[in-house]
Write a protein that binds this ligand. Sequence first.
Ligand code: SAM
Length: 332
Amino acid sequence: GLVESKAKGKPQKQICQVVLDHFEKQYAAELGDAWASIRDVLTYPLCWQYAVLLNKFSHSSELESTLAVKGYHPAFHGSLPYLPSSFKCYISRTSGRFPTQKHQAGKLKEYYLLNAASLLPVLALEVKDGEDVLDLCAAPGGKSVAILQCACPGQFHCNEYDDLRSRRLKQTIESFIPEPLVNLIMVSTLDGRQIGDLKPELYDKVLVDAPCSNDRSWLFSSDVQQATLRLIQRKELSSLQFELLRSAIKALRPGGSLVYSTCTLSKAENSDVINLILNSCSNVMPVDISEMAKAVSHEFSFLSGTQQHELLVLPEKGRAWGPMYVAKLKKM
Ligand code: SAM
């Protein structure tokens, strides 16, 4: 990690100037005054924060006391009435990273480190025991693991198009989920755009954690040529995201719902995509998630003025979570 490499005296990763210039133009226009402080958080890894999601299938009280000693506190609880007590996520107000856990043969991992905002799409999905769930773009698997901390789905289908990343997804699932349960999870390597036609009206809940501009990591691209190419191809992401959403809608049973999420601030990949779906699919309605947003607003900073079916987490100092866009839709 970036923070550790500094501590070990290795050279720190450099900001990629072409990416920063590109973001500067777009986000100053889209976000106004808020952009300057967001930029300061995104470009300063020493203030980044990591949440610790406990694995309910393998956790110890020892771990929880260590977290408490290190200044971590449980997040989300008390504020979200439907959240099962098995779901435990610890966060701290200070920056830095809890040590990562090495793989140990025959032993499940006790926790997963992630950006706390990544849990919001999972919480918005509100998976209940027995529901059939599709995680359309699932690798490396953080949100799949989080879904299984919340509920025990009937069918759980995790999909990832990229072969290599799909293998990482399998590893993640195997290192967090115990034997009998792990066999009920189906992992596929399909183009998510085709799943709607392959599995029509099969799921109660679909998570579309879409491929997107990854603002946080793109800012530290070490390959300027690759970064420039990504910025050019960035325009094509919106149509991929739209197609993934259309496929997710087909895969939903009537009455089922989906959550769409990205880790970019870009309006073109967030509200614009959702508005296009709402305007072009007559069987889809927005779902109000403002209660959830209100319930967690002490831990997250949100863009104000968004609609009730969406939220955008803006990183700020001390609450350096996000960027994360979340929107919820229901199929009639
Ligand atoms: N949900 C994951 C998690 O929480 O760990 C992160 C998912 S990441 C934001 C998006 C993923 O979508 C990438 O792994 C990417 O390879 C995958 N992807 C890209 N195009 C896809 C497609 N057409 N169908 C399915 N997955 C795709």
